[in-house]
Structures are given as structure tokens and as C-alpha cells.
Design a binder for this molecule. Structure first.
Ligand SMILES: Nc1ncnc2c1ncn2[C@@H]1O[C@H](COP(=O)(O)OP(=O)(O)OP(=O)(O)O)[C@@H](O)[C@H]1O
Ligand SMILES: [Mg+2]
Length: 253
């Protein structure tokens, strides 16, 4: 499906969110084009989850405007599955329209869990549970997929597999993606744009045009990485994780 950045999936104007005296979002503007893959970085407590929750419709804003597609879905750091419902029922829960069971099964298949359809959530590994959460999001055919550190609790190898899966699913279904991450390399390897949130606003917006799979060790991506780490207050000459991009194979885009 062609992706046009001109059709907005998200439009935020002058968003304000305040908790007591603390103004977490402070006149934030953000546009995301349809089908764009955007990563959001920012220090802990900078308001990334606050922004995501507002975009997901799970929280309000105190000022400004938000425009988001009706069809949107979120995946968080923890899978948030109902322990008393089997995996596929977690995916079909609340689904409207025809054949919810068949659609849930198809989504489970897409995340590689066709053999775990009837598993109880308590028996799933961390990575499997996150894949069920991803299937539950996908089955809603979102135009906007909100991901709040969805890989953070996973071991390094599972994390790389999940990144690859998210890229594959993004290519296939073409939602706009907003991925919150603490991992600068992850942002640089996956996203079309990398945003930095600071003091309630987007303070940087880098476009990365390199085709995927990307190699973090290239000079340009190293510069991008150093720049982002600098903005996040990390002075680093550290080498990126070895062979990180080695696993991010798949079709170029
Ligand atoms: N419901 C709430 N009531 C009061 N304060 C809140 C509430 N939700 C968030 N905050 C505060 O807003 C600030 C931003 O929180 P948020 O969770 O959005 O940060 P974050 O960027 O996602 O951080 P992290 O990277 O650690 O996940 C924090 O200081 C937090 O304590
Ligand atoms: Mg957060």
C-alpha cells in the first residue's frame, strides 16, 4: 500500500497536560503522516506515556487539540492480558463485526502464535505474551498503532525478534506507528522519524531516509545516534550493541 505522509494520522496542536503544579505537556505540537513510523525518545518523566495515553484516548488533555484516527490501538511495556481468558479470547475481546474468532486466530497466526491459541496467559513467556498483545492491537486494524516501550522487559534476542516482527507487520498493514523507546539504537534502526520530547514539547524531529535493514555502524547513523544521545544528556563514544542490525533482516523499504 502506498504511504503518503501528506494524509495526517495524528495532529496535535498546543497540547497541555498538567498534574497539580507540574505541566507535563506544555504547548506540544505533533503531526504524524499516515503510515509513518515515528519513534519518540525523552528522559524518564518527560511525558512520553502521558502523550501516548492521551493519543490512545485513555487520558485527557487540559488544553489544545488532538486529532487521531478512530481506529487506534496501544501496546504497553506489560502485556495486560486477562489471566482468566485464553490467549485467542484476549485477542477477540470486545471485537465488533463478523467472525471475531476467525480474525483473532488470523492475528495470532500473524504474530507466530498459532500453536498457542488456547494457552492461558500465565503459561506464556514474556515475548509470547507481548506478541498476544500485539495481535490484540492488530486485529483492530488500527490506522494508528501506539507502542509504549513494548520490548523493554524482554531479553535482548527476543527484543530483536519483536522489532523485526513489528517492522514486518507495519509493512503489511501500514498503520502510522508511534513507538516510545529508551533505546536510541532501536529508534534509529526502525523509524522514519525520531522525535525527542523535553520540557513538554517536541524539541527535535529527525528524518531518517536510509532503507531498511539498517546498519547502525554507518557514519550517518552514528552521527544521528550521537546527536540524539547528546540531546538526552548522554555524552557517549560508546559503540552500539554489536550486530544489532544483523537480525533486522527483511524486505527493504
Ligand atoms: N496520573 C498522574 N498523576 C500525577 N502525576 C502523573 C500522572 N501521570 C504521570 N504523572 C507525572 O507526569 C510525569 C511524566 O510521566 P510519564 O509517565 O508520562 O513519563 P515518561 O516520559 O513516560 O517516563 P518513563 O520514561 O519513565 O516511562 C511524571 O513526573 C509523572 O510522575
Ligand atoms: Mg513511560
Amino acid at each position: 500500500m502506498p504511504r503518503s505522509a501528506s494524509v495526517a494520522a495524528v495532529s496535535v496542536r498546543q497540547a497541555v497536560r498538567q498534574f497539580g503544579e507540574q505541566r507535563i505537556l506544555d504547548g506540544l505540537d505533533l503531526d504524524i503522516g499516515a503510515g509513518q513510523f515515528v519513534a519518540l525518545l525523552g528522559r524518564s518523566g518527560s511525558g512520553k506515556t502521558t502523550l501516548l495515553r492521551a493519543l490512545a484516548g485513555l487520558d485527557r488533555i487540559d488544553g489544545g487539540q488532538l486529532q487521531v484516527p478512530q481506529a487506534r490501538a496501544a501496546v504497553f511495556q506489560e502485556p495486560r492480558l486477562m489471566p482468566w481468558k485464553r490467549a485467542w479470547r484476549n485477542v477477540s475481546l470486545g471485537l465488533r463485526g463478523a467472525n471475531p474468532e476467525a480474525r483473532a486466530r488470523a492475528a495470532m497466526e500473524e504474530v507466530g502464535l498459532q500453536h498457542r491459541l488456547s494457552a492461558w496467559p500465565g503459561t506464556l513467556s514474556g515475548g509470547e505474551a507481548q506478541r498476544v498483545a500485539l495481535a490484540r492491537a492488530l486485529v483492530r486494524e488500527p490506522k494508528l498503532l501506539l507502542l509504549d516501550e513494548p520490548f523493554a522487559a524482554l531479553d535482548a534476542l527476543t527484543r530483536i525478534r519483536m522489532q523485526q516482527l513489528v517492522l514486518e507487520l507495519w509493512r503489511k498493514h501500514a498503520p502510522a506507528v508511534l513507538l516510545v523507546t529508551h533505546d536510541v539504537d532501536e529508534a534509529v534502526l526502525l523509524a522514519d522519524r525520531v522525535l525527542v520530547l523535553d520540557r513538554g514539547r517536541i524539541v527535535d524531529d529527525l528524518h531518517i531516509a536510509q532503507p531498511r535493514p539498517r546498519e547502525i555502524a554507518t557514519r550517518h547513523l552514528q552521527e544521528v545516534r550521537r546527536h540524539l544521545l547528546g540531546l538526552l544528556g548522554v555524552e557517549s563514544n560508546a559503540e552500539p550493541a554489536p550486530n544489532h542490525s544483523f537480525y533486522l533482516t527483511g524486505t527493504h523499504r
